[in-house]
Design a protein around this ligand. Structure first.
Ligand SMILES: [Zn+2]
Length: 244
């Protein structure tokens, strides 16, 4: 068994409820990183996710590349989304257990990187409990320092299924092949659901996206991709925060 947190970026969309229903059936509790703007446009779907045990968190307001922004613009992107998320949790009648942030494109802000880490740290953002994750497992794009010391949430495996687009020459099957190359031969059992036993630590952070554009290319892409990992023996751990 490989254990992982499931993280879903660019939530919400029109297909969010079907993703939520599938995950509920599998007893998987993911972290959904939301655009503030998309929450405003699809509020009903965001509330539906919150009311079904999905953990909604901050992925900026308009999904810019932070290295193109000033420090003030960067902070505004984060804070506008915090305002939207706070009122969303309130309206859904759900308590937000802790605050997480993920940079769009994994772009940590270029010359503002250190200032943004300080901002996140000083404004109550935390990190997932990564004590089961080897530092070498993180995908090595623009990571100058140990991810374990950071206050944003990175990933260790990206399905890269956002490449499934017209004439792109990349399919959902190619995305599954990426997983197979990364995680090796199947060793799966046949459990009833996709949740890891309580108190088991996550070893991986899996990244997948909530994209209508991918659904238009491959119906039920989300289920097909997650099922591929479940069948190989991956189990998903309930998100818990780092103990600072
Ligand atoms: Zn994103």
């Amino acid at each position: 068994m490989i254990t992982a947190y499931l993280t879903i970026d660019d939530v919400p969309s029109k297909i969010t409820p079907s993703i939520v229903d599938y995950l509920s059936q599998k007893q998987i509790e993911p972290i959904m990183f939301c655009w503030g703007k998309r929450v405003q446009n699809n509020k009903k779907n965001a509330i539906y996710a919150l009311q079904h045990k999905m953990l909604l968190q901050n992925h900026s307001f308009t999904h810019p590349r932070f290295s193109d922004l000033s420090l003030d613009q960067s902070i505004e992107e984060i804070e506008k989304t915090e305002t939207v998320l706070e009122s969303l949790y309130k309206e859904a009648g759900v308590t937000r257990p802790f605050k997480l942030f993920r940079f769009p494109f994994g772009d940590k802000g270029g010359q503002n990187e250190d200032a943004l880490q300080d901002y996140l740290k000083n404004h109550g953002f935390t990190q997932l409990d990564h004590s089961g994750i080897l530092p070498s497992e993180y995908e090595k794009i623009d990571i100058p320092k140990n991810q374990a010391d950071c206050f944003d949430v990175k990933w260790t495996f990206d399905y890269a299924e956002y490449q499934v687009r017209p004439n792109a020459g990349f399919s959902v099957e190619d995305s599954i092949s990426r997983a197979n190359v990364r995680f090796g031969t199947p060793y799966g059992d046949h459990p009833k659901n996709g949740a890891a036993p309580a108190k088991v630590k996550a070893e991986q952070i899996i990244l997948i996206h909530d994209h209508e554009e991918t659904e238009a290319m491959h119906k039920n892409y989300f289920e097909d991709l997650i099922n591929a990992l479940l069948l190989r023996g991956m189990r998903f751990v309930k998100p818990i925060r780092r103990l600072d």
